[in-house]
Write a protein that binds this ligand. Sequence first.
Ligand code: FRU
Length: 528
Amino acid sequence: MTHDLNQTFKQILFYSFSVFFIFSCGEKTKRTEAAPEISERVNDTFFQEPFRPQFHFSPEEKWMNDPNGLVYHQGTYHLFYQYYPEDIVWGPMHWGHATSQDLIYWDHQKVKLFPDEHGYIFSGSAVVDHQNSSGFGTLENPPLVAIFTYHNAEMAEKKRIDYQTQGLAYSLDNGQTWTKYKNNPVLNNPGIIDFRDPKVFWHEDSKKWIMALAVKDHAEFYASPNLINWSKLSEFGKDAGAHGGVWECPDLFRLKVEGTDTYKWVLIISINPGGPNGGSASQYFIGDFDGSVFSADHEDIKWIDHGADNYAGVTYDNAPGGKKITIGWMSNWNYAQQTPTVKWRSAMTLPRELSLVSEEGKYWLRSKVIDAFNKLLIPIKEIESYDLKETFKFSDERLELSQTTFRTKLSQDLSFKLSNDLGEFVMFRIDPEKMEMSFDRRESGKTDFTENFADKIHILPYHVSEKEVDIRIILDRSSVEIFADKGKYVMTEQIFPNSPYTELEIKTEKETLLTPININQIKTIWKK
Ligand code: FRU
């Protein structure tokens, strides 16, 4: 039901903006120069609006959704993203752009891909074409190639079903200027409404480019020698995984299982609605890919993040050391367009490195905030061992931007609370009876901008109780990210407190628990 509403809402927007853009995009595609570096523009008011994240990426203004075209090239990490430069709600999609040397400090760049006669620019990916297989560059200067979905709103309005196709653009100056391929689209629509979000990678064994595509209720895989001509290989998922909503934003990659010589393939699929705590979320499958067909090893449903606010995350192409680094959109289609910000809307998650472990005879993904993040930490309080038979309480203005770490046993109840002087709070709990972690934001601050932001406590079931684990909780004014057991259990959640959270409490009903507690302040990335 919610899905239908969401889709209907998006459709109405698609239709109503189409005519305007068909006529106005030709000239706009030329606006591609870089914006001035952030360091030249910061002052005391820059990025100081209420709720503005201080160490997560957010656009300077207007609407943002999915991360797109995540690629590393010649020392620069690119972050493109779904962007509507005219308003703080979803509209005709462009690719906004930001760059970083370390995935921590970002420079905002000018909008790079504008809608054209084929449609809006929906989500997609970018690769470094090292061998110049596409012929757009040279071996000495390999092109960056972006493959994205064209969404033709005019066709959609005419009730056609084949309005989503895949288009291509390339850059020969490391992402600063882009040329759209003259014979776009490179992949036509076979007659299906949801046909989008191409994620492309080079498959070394078969020496081919592979594209994973989200097609309504399944993923499809395509192959190409040159990024231009694509042929269909296979389908996966009609009868696997969660199906509470439409499949979107796939990603397929190989990871080594930690501590072994085994490699497995991971397929990430975002789904909206149908997430474990309502609305949008990302599930994943572990299995094998033989260059043509993906098969999963398991029947259970696995979620990358059980929080309400991590969607459409995919991994970087060409990241140094072959690392699999992901960034997600820190929101949820359930309420993304209603959150109480004014100048801009929504932020990205912190960049997280994915790893694969084998436990209890199953494979699990772990998400760990990239190590470079640690350079933002300033120690506030370090306790070697605290006995929780007395509640731990700490009050400090700097908590508003902070990281708290401690250890606990999953067989022990525990609650962790952040609150402000208005009595607003969030609570993270571990309940060993139910074998559940949970996050409660019902009294977190502004919640009434929509019905389903604070309607229930969010739940994360866990699997092994006899284990001591690390807990890491990161607060950035309007978001909380929780990582337990080295990132096997993750919850990412937005909050909108009416005054900053400056108090912290950790307690257990059990008699005793000894834990180290470390609290760090986190520096803003918007001042260098
Ligand atoms: C996911 C998504 C994608 C689509 C884009 C449109 O959030 O719906 O499937 O390409 O957003 O903005």
